[in-house]
Design a binder for this molecule. Structure first.
Ligand code: NDP
Ligand code: GDR
Length: 347
């Protein structure tokens, strides 16, 4: 029976990947880090109804000894390194932490695999943020990189370390250069979920405005469920490699917002406030991916359109907020206040 170790199991992709692997018959081990509120760590797994089927093991991506111990004990056939400080905006406020987790963390996992289970197959969660200030209108595996944030720089280091370990030590190590992917399990700080949460609150009379930064930025958005399938497909190939995973369609943040507001019969113009504090020190203006290699070699195709995904997210937020209505925490957090806006990057 195949077994997988997933770092970042408590995040959006970790949860969907665990669900996918369980359905394939895998034994799934997920690494969680210690926190003072352990009951919250498995919320996404619980939402998918798989919390009691995943073996959670404690460790930290910045702690090599914990990783060696886990890999040595579990002897996984596949290791998926999803753990990271993944919020681009926060990476300017915590650049060192981002370097340690998002960058060096990958080297820690590679080292643990090399030393303790060198036959295991390894997946690194690389990112379209590595393209940053894009050097070609449509980005593929051979497009030169130009990261525009501490997050993008850290991901690029991890990306090259993965390739380096593949070429130096013969590890079966692959990278997926994944473009933005979302779902109802997306963290609330990312723009799609921030928007769908706000739309649901406005619809339910719990809020009135939505504050955003640069709504002219363009992204190539897909669904997380489709993207975790691509991760798995990469590790089923005889030879390790690097793959772009994207839909090939890019729309502005404004257009994405309009899909969400239209879905519940509201007008974006009536509720949108542009907040200069939410602009980033350096922006990635436009991303659009060419996933033809993934389609050709992996037989991968996205199955969910942006419209379907945004509607699914709005409906999930409506359902969650309706259920939680009356509970103090549902209404107390005002949608207008992005926690990151309190710490303006310009101050
Ligand atoms: P999330 O932010 O939802 O999840 C990140 C995960 O990393 C969480 O489980 C988090 O744990 C864990 N983590 C953070 N720091 C540590 C640490 N020091 N030790 C152990 N675990 C840690 O990200 P996503 O699920 O969206 O993304 C998964 C990966 O894919 C990330 O590496 C991300 O950078 C990358 N990526 C994501 C894309 C996207 O659009 N979603 C696109 C391209 C790449 P905790 O719950 O305790 O915070
Ligand atoms: P991104 O995702 O930075 O692309 O990284 P995010 O959703 O944070 O931003 C997308 C774009 O929206 C603009 N924007 C805002 N963003 C947020 N979060 N909040 C706002 O209020 C807001 N207003 C406008 C941003 O400026 C940006 O242009 C995501 C993460 O999942 C990374 O981990 C991953 O690697 C990349 O996608 C691919």
């Amino acid at each position: 029976m195949k077994s997988a170790l997933i770092t970042g199991i408590t995040g959006q992709d970790g949860a969907y990947l665990a669900q996918f692997l369980l359905a394939q018959g895998y034994t799934v081990h997920g690494m969680t880090r210690r926190s003072s509120s352990q009951d919250r760590s498995a919320q996404r797994l619980a939402w998918l109804g798989i919390a009691d089927r995943v073996h959670c093991v404690e460790g930290d991506i910045s702690d090599l000894s914990s990783l060696i111990r886990l890999v040595r004990t579990i002897q996984p056939t596949e290791v998926y390194n999803l753990a990271a400080q993944s919020f681009v905006r926060a990476s300017w406020m915590q650049p060192v932490l981002t370097g340690i987790t998002t960058g060096l963390g990958c080297t820690n996992v590679l080292e643990a695999v090399r030393l303790a289970a060198p036959d295991a197959r390894f997946y690194q969660a690389s990112s379209s943020e590595m393209f940053g200030q894009v050097q070609q209108p449509v980005q593929c595996e051979t497009t030169p990189f130009y990261p525009r944030s501490p997050y993008g720089v850290a991901k690029l280091y991890a990306h090259w370390m993965t390739i380096n370990y593949r070429e130096s030590f013969g590890l079966h190590a692959s990278t997926g250069i994944l473009f933005n992917h979302e779902s109802p399990l997306r963290g609330i700080e990312f723009v799609t979920r921030k928007v769908t949460d706000a739309v649901a609150r406005i619809k339910l009379g719990m809020a009135h405005e939505l504050r955003l930064g640069n709504i002219d930025a363009k992204r190539d958005w897909g669904h997380a469920r489709d993207y975790v399938r691509a991760m798995w497909l990469m590790l089923q190939q005889d030879a390790p490699d690097d793959y772009v995973v994207a839909t090939g369609r890019s729309v502005t943040v404004r257009e994405m917002c309009e899909i969400a507001f239209d879905h519940v019969g509201l007008s974006l113009a009536d509720h949108l406030v542009i907040d200069p504090d939410l602009f980033r020190p350096a922006e990635v203006d436009v991303l659009i991916g060419d996933a033809s290699k993934a389609r050709r070699v992996l037989g991968w195709e996205p199955t969910v359109s942006l419209e379907e995904m945004v509607r699914e997210m709005v409906d999930a937020d409506l359902q969650r907020l309706s259920r939680d209505r009356g509970r103090p925490w549902a209404v107390r957090r005002p949608v207008a206040r992005d926690p990151h806006a309190f710490l303006s990057l310009r101050k």
